[in-house]
Design a protein around this ligand. Structure first.
Ligand SMILES: [Zn+2]
Ligand SMILES: [Zn+2]
Length: 160
């Protein structure tokens, strides 16, 4: 089976199961999952598109019924990214839930310019190439997010 052909794993898992798996993997590593962290993670999993920190703040202030500062949203997002549960899409200045939080991997995101949707795949071949390049440079990678932009299947069909 080639993992590179796989579509986003988000679609395959139901939301609570995916969030629970992610939280469980965090706890196993000894990281605290506070209600806010869980709420942000759930919001990221529920979204079809990458979400910005300020949109998350507005959304969560409403769902949690209290004012949440942008600073605490940023701290929470940092935590989720460090834990490998979320990734920042640099080109959009927005965040997505990581579709494969169970293991250490390179996040490869295909982001649609038209509808903003993003899908994530894992590509072992690419990971091996990057690891070999890093090794040749003596470089220690701590963050691996690759973004590709273009047009998703649905938007290409809609444009036909
Ligand atoms: Zn990922
Ligand atoms: Zn699209």
């Amino acid at each position: 089976m080639t993992r590179s052909k796989e579509r986003s794993a988000k679609a395959e898992k139901s939301l609570p199961e995916a969030v629970q798996t992610a939280i469980e993997s965090c706890r196993l590593r000894g990281a605290q999952v506070t209600p806010l962290r869980e709420a942000v993670l759930t919001a990221l999993w529920s979204a079809d598109c990458p979400i910005g920190a300020y949109d998350l703040r507005d959304q969560l202030s409403e769902t949690l019924g209290r004012n949440i500062s942008a600073a605490s949203i940023y701290r929470t997002l940092d935590f989720l990214c460090v834990q490998g549960l979320a990734a920042r899409i640099e080109s959009r200045n927005a965040y997505v839930a990581c579709a494969h939080p169970e293991h250490d991997h390179t996040c490869i995101h295909f982001v649609c310019n038209d509808c903003g949707a993003s899908s994530e795949i894992e590509d072992k071949k690419l990971e091996r190439l990057l690891a070999a390049d890093a090794e040749a440079l003596g470089f220690a990678i701590d963050h691996r997010v690759i973004e590709l932009s273009g047009s998703c299947v649905a938007c290409q069909r809609a444009a036909e």
